[in-house]
Design a protein around this ligand. Sequence first.
Ligand code: PFF
Ligand code: NA
Length: 446
Amino acid sequence: MNETLERWSTRRAFILAVTGAAVGLGNIWRFPYITGENGGAAFLLLYVAFVLLLGLPVMMAEILIGRAGRRSPMQSLGHLASQAGASRHWRLLGLFGAVTVFCILSFYSVVSGWSIEFLVAAVNGDFAGRSAAEIGAGFNAFLADPGRMTFNHTLFLMMTMLVVAAGVAKGLEKLNNLLMPLLYLLLLVLAGYAATTEGFAPALAWLFLPDFSAVTPMVMLQAMGHAFFTLAVGACALMAYGAYMPDHQSLPRAAVSVAVLDVTVALLAGIAIFSVVFAQGMDPGEGPGLMFVTLPVAFAELPGGSLWLSLFFLLLLLATWTSSINLAEPMVATLQGWGLGRGASAAVVGLAVWGLGMLSVLSFSSLAETRVLFGMNPFELVSTIPPEIFLPLGGLLIAIFAAWVMPEQTTLRALDAGPNGFRAWRALVRWVSIPLTLIVLLAGLI
Ligand code: PFF
Ligand code: NA
């Protein structure tokens, strides 16, 4: 296959597309609940350190491979490998990425479906005046209902695959452009409201005063996995987006702005959610339902709460939509690279992801006690192993490829940061990102 001629229309459009991929459930749903499960500040500190030392440099590595190859991830890797005189088997890294996004999208769609359900409930004013206990019970009843869960999962996946089938539309660039600022505004309002509750001070203390006694190799592994997950790095999904990156744009500058936005959204969401948790005497280690219970509880008491809550779930839905499109793109691009049309590829991917996602749907009812592997049910398995193991492993291989295998001149050009920027980036990847990822992975696994 020849180089793709598609490009993001502007530099800004590229940054928006990558921000759209990065900001999603990882920030608003996953970050608060795994930070809650892992004791707060020490975990937060680790995650931010991993974003800087691993997530950011590897994000640049991943995007520059796509930019230099200008093909689907598998084909870019194969093409660049043979250019460098290395093994064509590097292509398999693209396949591994496809497996990773396949698993992630399957549960991502199910959880994004929850925000559809909650959006509708908020619009109906279902939460107004309810107690925390009633709202929690309502959430559990929803989880135990496979019919409603399936409906929302199906709807969300259809929304995703329709956009992907149509190509990375210009409309989406514009939508992102309009909605991301609104999401920040709402999060600021929410965090502002949280500041007025008595949970605010304990939340800040809990988020920002680290207790390192809780840090184990497993906790470090989770923090590292989350750094990759939240930046959408390690699955070759950003590699697919990199293929459409315009010429003449500094990659480090783009990557830094994406990471700053991504961490800010996570922090604002964390402050808002934990303030409510502590104000209501709830449990920060509550798990995947954390956000879906705390936010309705917070808004139930606010004047005009149903409206704010509706807006919030709408924006969450749009944020997850732009991420799931990114998750689907590398699979679709790979099938296309094998000669299938874009529409057919999207249909195949959609059906397969739907099927795997059904196992996650049922993990909250009939399959709840079905231990597939490591004592985990299907949802627990796909929502932990791919983010915590596959992403760092993929990121490690991506980093090795970009910093050790690719011809220096190709990498230098694709990074677009001048010779000094290139050398600084390569030293960071070679001597910090790669060894650190390896150590944390090995320590966590043993
Ligand atoms: N970054 C997304 C989030 O934080 O919700 C999740 C994600 C997207 C992970 C794309 C991996 C990926 F390839
Ligand atoms: Na994110």
